[in-house]
Design a protein around this ligand. Structure first.
Ligand SMILES: Cc1cc2nc3c(=O)[nH]c(=O)nc-3n(C[C@H](O)[C@H](O)[C@H](O)COP(=O)(O)OP(=O)(O)OC[C@H]3O[C@@H](n4cnc5c(N)ncnc54)[C@H](O)[C@@H]3O)c2cc1C
Length: 506
């Protein structure tokens, strides 16, 4: 079969690219190896519960922000309900807690009240973080790269340029002394990377500013609603989507990507189908292209650009179903970050992320605090998450893997019980997902859902761009530009589609 564009993978990057292309009248084929679309943006059913695989908080809801524009164009706001969260998060450390409110004004006032001696640093912090986002919104089209390199308009984009040259840890150490304040501001740093002294301030600022200014959101019914809507949009606009269709080869002719080979059988490599396209978009992780999908010559070309890039860390999730809402036993917040007492300063965050599960800091998300649509009346769904690494689970045989999962599940439940006495009693369902689980369902190598690590060296300035360098092959995923998270993947899909539309015109 011949198509104008073939997209490998129906994660948010692939779905957005296919939706934009189908709307633009292109003949698209979207191939997804799983039996549901969405990648990390999926849900699954257990007992009474709809379990959210990934989404805790969604950023990027400014009226004029890129995601709102994309959602408006694709009709998302008319078909998917977004629920504003009651606050950004609660942070707990050494028996002291602090709630980061859902509006910038309240956050600043509350922080200055709690840390009056740090008023100057707090003001500087927000001026800078919000300033980076403001400068991003002023970027002239197509000039991002030159601007962050400092080659264009340096006086108009000073914060943006600086944010790509400094780590979050260095930035905070420069302006704030109180370690508790720094830990509060960095409670959710694991949503970006495992080490604040390596994490590019650019990524942190872009995401955090959006949460501070425009709030965090959850999707009613779970992120599958967004993925399902995009799938329907693609089909309604004439696009073709095949589930349980795994691409095992990208066909290259005369140095150009011209098609794919895929199979729809679960059993193995029989039932191959070949489809041809003028452009191929890879939503699949970029390392899968070099390790498996491309022929040797092209794999070698891409490896030259990617072999030294570090993968982002993975995530461990303990999915929970409750027979009662945790608020009935005293929980008051949607998202609570528990920073382990062994962490003395932000310098300890990295080591703590690699510590045993009895010490690793964690977040507890209680979807029962909002009208999430994930559980029947009176019941609720929640999740405990920590940063995690493939190496924590590698080289275990089936039984050892299973018993380690059981052990970690119990450790995390006991730790939550300490924070919320009585929670154990109301757990009706508990299941652990490891980096191996993420790898299995999304084919992200090492279970890295955020793609290449969002470090200073791999930041905006040298992130892999949409056009792969191999004619006809494009990227649209957390692994390419701008980076990971729902918003990053959606944006990558949209700009991937724009690049293809432009190139197909030529
Ligand atoms: C536990 C967890 C919590 C998270 N929490 C948040 C959060 O609160 N907020 C936030 O913004 N982000 C969060 N994220 C991150 C976010 O979900 C991801 O960064 C983003 O969804 C990645 O989207 P993607 O399009 O790059 O690809 P993915 O979601 O990785 O999807 C890739 C798709 O490609 C398919 N595929 C791969 N190879 C092939 C092939 N050869 N043939 C066919 N199909 C293929 C896969 O099956 C998959 O469906 C979380 C992620 C996880 C795992």
């Amino acid at each position: 079969m011949n198509y104008e564009v073939i997209i490998i993978g129906a994660g948010l990057g692939g779905l957005t690219a296919a939706a934009k292309l189908a709307k633009s009248g292109k003949k698209v084929l979207l191939l997804e190896q799983h039996y549901v679309p969405g990648g990390c943006a999926t849900t699954f059913k257990r007992k009474d519960f709809t379990i959210e695989v990934g989404l805790h908080e969604l950023d990027g809801f400014s009226e004029t922000g890129f995601k709102s524009k994309i959602f408006k164009e694709l009709g998302v706001f008319d078909h998917v309900d977004f629920i504003r969260l009651p606050e950004f998060y609660k942070s707990v450390w050494k028996n002291q807690s602090f709630v980061v409110a859902d509006s910038l004004k309240n956050i600043k006032t509350d922080l200055i009240k709690e840390f009056p001696q740090e008023e100057k640093g707090i003001v500087q912090y927000f001026n800078f973080i919000i300033g980076v986002n403001a400068e991003i919104s002023m970027l002239p089209k197509g000039k991002f790269e030159k601007i962050v390199k400092g080659a264009l308009f340096p006086i108009y984009f000073p914060k943006l340029v600086k944010s790509t040259r400094i780590t979050v840890g260095e930035f905070l150490d420069d302006i704030i002394k109180d370690e508790r304040l720094k830990l509060i501001l960095l409670s959710n740093v694991t949503y970006y990377h495992d080490d604040p002294y390596n994490l590019s301030l650019f990524y942190f600022a872009a995401g955090q500013a959006s949460y501070y200014q425009d709030g965090g959101y959850f999707i009613k019914g779970g992120s599958q609603k967004l993925s399902d809507y995009l799938m329907k949009f693609i089909q309604d606009n004439g696009g073709e989507l095949k589930l349980k269709a795994k691409v095992n080869k990208i066909i290259i002719e005369k140095g150009r990507a011209v098609g794919v080979q895929y199979h729809t059988s679960n059993k193995g490599n029989e039932d191959f189908t070949v489809a041809h396209g003028n452009a191929i978009i890879a939503n699949t992780a970029i390392p899968n292209l070099t390790n498996e999908l491309l022929p040797e010559t092209e794999a070698g070309l891409l490896s030259e650009q990617t072999k030294s890039l570090e993968y982002g860390p993975s995530i461990l999730s303990l999915y929970l179903g409750f027979s009662k809402k945790p608020k009935e036993i005293g929980n008051k917040h949607y998202s609570t970050f528990i920073i382990d007492d062994s962490v003395e300063s932000i310098k300890d965050i990295h080591a703590n992320n690699k510590a045993g599960f009895n010490k690793r800091s964690f977040v507890f998300v209680d979807y029962g605090m909002i009208d999430s649509g994930l559980a029947p009346d009176g019941k609720a769904v929640g999740v405990i998450c920590t940063m995690d690494y493939y190496s924590d689970w590698d080289n275990l045989d089936k039984d050892a893997y299973k018993s380690r999962k059981e052990e970690i599940k119990n450790i995390l439940i006991e730790r939550l019980e300490k924070q919320l006495p009585g929670i154990k009693e109301i757990i009706e369902y508990a299941e652990l997902s490891t980096p191996k689980t993420i790898e299995r369902y999304t084919l992200n190598p090492a279970g890295s859902p955020y793609g290449y690590a969002q470090t200073l060296n791999q930041s905006a300035r040298n992130r892999l761009k949409t056009r792969s360098g191999i004619p006809g092959l494009y990227y649209a995923s957390a692994w390419s530009t701008p980076g990971g998270g729902f918003s990053g993947a959606i944006y990558s899909g949209y700009v991937g589609a724009l690049a293809v539309i432009k190139d197909l015109k030529k």
